[in-house]
Design a protein around this ligand. Structure first.
Ligand SMILES: Nc1ncnc2c1ncn2[C@@H]1O[C@H](COP(=O)(O)OP(=O)(O)OP(=O)(O)O)[C@@H](O)[C@H]1O
Ligand SMILES: N[C@@H](CCO)C(=O)O
Length: 304
């Protein structure tokens, strides 16, 4: 295929935060949340300029190592070639290293923006290829699947690569996130996991994960039972003791609380009448937000 041509006009993409695992669905389940990064990218005649506002403005690199740029470059290469330069403007709202899918959002922003900037991009990089590329860059498919598709997603990998299906959570479920001030990198949190787990723990998780699909989509009354996990949360608790304590407190009140992604954010999935009670359970050290479920996933937006 000949190298691609590019659109002269900038594109703006809106990318949701995501919560992965949801308790028992380690590396498989994801939920898109109504908290967004906005990224605008324009093809330039040369060079690279990166403007960052919000999360990470003080510490992110402003060169080719910037994750949005790395993902965009990877996507351009996959579509046949890069443009000569890029101007990138990021408005970041998803906190970094907290378990709300900031790295997946940055990757999906780069991939979706690059596709929108490339003439014929949708044919050169279809949705399956975009998921595969984003998964390769992120290392696992759960956050990127929810980020690209919105809603509640189940991701898995077969011989053809990562796959995902999406469904809409029951409208009677309100996600509440409790974000601590200190980050924990996913890499460190994954390093705490054992290489092997017992058959008993694996089968316990299989039952709860299967139950969670029903609980999330049609039976919110089963969410508490469905969010038990034995594959990652206990192993990671020593790296996030305050999160483990808050989860215990919320669960003692019958609320479905879990580690969000690799932590240390805590996610509670509650009915709307219990949102205030959930929020009141956390002390002043937490930034607590009730968020909507995002139904659209990563979207190309009209320019303002
Ligand atoms: N908007 C962004 N722009 C550039 N780089 C980002 C952006 N968001 C995240 N990153 C990079 O990703 C790192 C955080 O990724 P990490 O996987 O550790 O946490 P997370 O994605 O926030 O959490 P989780 O994967 O558990 O949901 C940041 O330290 C930064 O290097
Ligand atoms: N499934 C991943 C999500 C965080 O990126 C983990 O728990 O490590």
């Amino acid at each position: 295929m000949a190298g691609p041509a590019f659109r002269a006009a900038p594109v703006r993409v809106r990318i949701p935060a995501t919560s992965a695992n949801l308790g028992p669905g380690f590396d498989a389940f994801g939920l898109a949340l109504g908290l967004y990064d906005d990224v605008a990218i324009r093809v330039a005649d040369e060079g690279l300029s990166i403007d960052i506002a919000g999360e990470g403005a003080d510490d992110l690199s402003r060169d080719e190592n910037h994750l949005v740029v790395r993902a965009a470059h990877a996507a351009f290469e996959a579509m046949g070639g890069r443009p000569p330069g890029l101007d990138v403007v990021c408005a970041n709202r998803i906190p970094h290293g907290r378990g709300l899918g900031s790295s997946a959002a940055a990757i999906c922003a780069g991939v979706i923006a690059a596709r929108a900037l490339t003439i014929g991009g949708a044919e050169r990089l279809d949705d399956e290829a975009a998921l595969a590329l984003a998964t390769e860059l992120e290392g696992h498919p759960d956050n990127v699947a929810a980020c690209l598709l919105g809603g509640f997603t189940i991701a898995w990998t077969d011989e053809d690569g990562p796959r995902a299906v999406r469904s809409s959570p029951d409208r009677g479920i309100s996600p509440v996130v409790f974000v601590p001030s200190t980050p924990l990198s996913t890499e460190v949190a994954r390093g705490l996991l054992p290489a092997k787990v017992t058959h008993r723990d694996a089968s316990a998780n299989a039952a709860r994960a299967a139950l969670l699909v029903t609980a999330l989509t049609t039976r919110p009354d089963l969410l508490f039972a469905a969010t038990e996990d034995r594959l990652h949360q206990t192993y990671r608790a020593p790296a996030m003791p305050a999160s483990a304590e808050l989860i215990d407190k919320l669960r003692a009140q019958g609320m479905a609380a879990v580690v969000s992604g690799a932590g240390p954010t805590v996610l509670a999935l509650v009915t709307p009448d219990r949102v205030d009670e959930a929020i009141g359970t956390a002390g002043p050290d937490w930034v607590v937000r009730q968020l909507d479920v995002d139904g659209a996933g990563a979207s190309v937006m009209p320019l303002a």
